[in-house]
Design a protein around this ligand. Structure first.
Ligand SMILES: [Fe+2]
Length: 295
């Protein structure tokens, strides 16, 4: 996940010291973050930009030939590639290509990115262990959903009313969700904690720093995962989560439709009022649409 931010120093400081990510590489105007518990070369990059924007959302493919095949398939479907398959210059290298999704988000698909050394988190270690999922706002949730299903092989796990669809590629209930929004923007980025204890400790660390959750802690019904939502210094919503549902029998899964009623959206009833969450998750319109990130 790549973010372009005007308040660069504040954002970097937030993700490093408050949120608990690990700096894996940095330059004067970009910082790449990973976690000690994940072999991904990086999971978030924060880049200095006059505009608040999403730089890219990156997905992994199995192999270089899978990357080539997918690039070919998108090309034949009339989707313009912003970058043809080639070696990547970001941490971990690898091989990948980029294109715009129908809302103008820059998407990267890559393979062969070199893994970093990693270790399992210790009990009570309340830093993220991996990127769990990204949720985007789209003015046309149905069209955007169809694009990810048709071209990238995503499958529908569940709906939240007709407003938000949860999409999977493997057994995690969702790695991407698409929400109907007033404009194209980032809804939130979610980070998985080791377990419930670590999730609560992380939530408490932010509260003690004077950063109250926008919503949470609580447990959703769709995905059955826990949630504590906060805003970062540029106004993007970030989430601590854990215990996301797994879908092991892909063929047998029947997508459900959940109500957005408070007792469904917040099973435990501990999340507090949900109203402040709505404008925060709508976010401001993404200023980087249809504009390739410079990096
Ligand atoms: Fe989430």
């Amino acid at each position: 996940m790549g973010l372009g931010v005007p308040d660069f120093r504040e954002a970097v400081e937030f993700y490093r010291s408050a949120w608990g990510l690990q700096v894996v590489d940095e330059d004067s105007d970009v910082v790449f973050f990973g976690t000690p518990a994940n072999p991904e070369a990086y999971i978030v990059r924060v880049r200095k930009d006059p505009a608040k924007r999403v730089d890219l959302i990156a997905f992994a493919a199995e192999s270089a030939s899978a990357v080539d095949e997918l690039a070919q398939r998108l090309g034949s479907a009339g989707i313009t590639l912003v970058r043809e398959p080639d070696k990547l210059g970001t941490p971990g290298g690898g091989y990948g290509f980029r294109f715009f999704d129908p809302d103008g988000r820059l998407i990267e698909v890559s393979s062969d990115v070199a893994p970093r050394p990693w270790r399992a988190l210790e009990p009570r270690e309340s830093v993220p262990q991996k990127l769990s999922h990204v949720v985007v706002n789209s003015p046309d949730v149905v069209a955007t959903k169809r694009f990810y299903e048709t071209h990238l092989g995503f499958r529908l796990s569940d709906w939240l009313e007709d407003k938000m669809c949860f999409m999977r590629v493997r057994s995690d209930h969702h790695i991407l969700a698409i929400a109907q929004g007033p404009h194209t923007s980032l809804n939130h980025v979610s980070f998985e904690m080791r377990g419930l204890d670590e999730f609560m400790r992380g939530t408490g660390r932010l509260i003690r720093q004077g950063r109250d959750p926008v919503w949470g802690p609580g447990r959703h019904s769709a995905g059955d995962n826990t949630f504590s939502y906060f805003t970062d210094p540029v106004g993007n919503v970030v989430e601590y989560t854990t215990e996301l549902e797994r879908i092991d029998d892909d063929e047998a899964w029947e997508p459900r439709t959940f109500s957005a009623a408070p007792e469904v959206a917040d099973q435990w009833g501990t999340g507090g009022p949900f109203e402040p969450m709505i404008p925060a998750m709508h976010n401001s319109p993404d200023q980087g649409l249809w504009t390739p990130a410079p990096l």
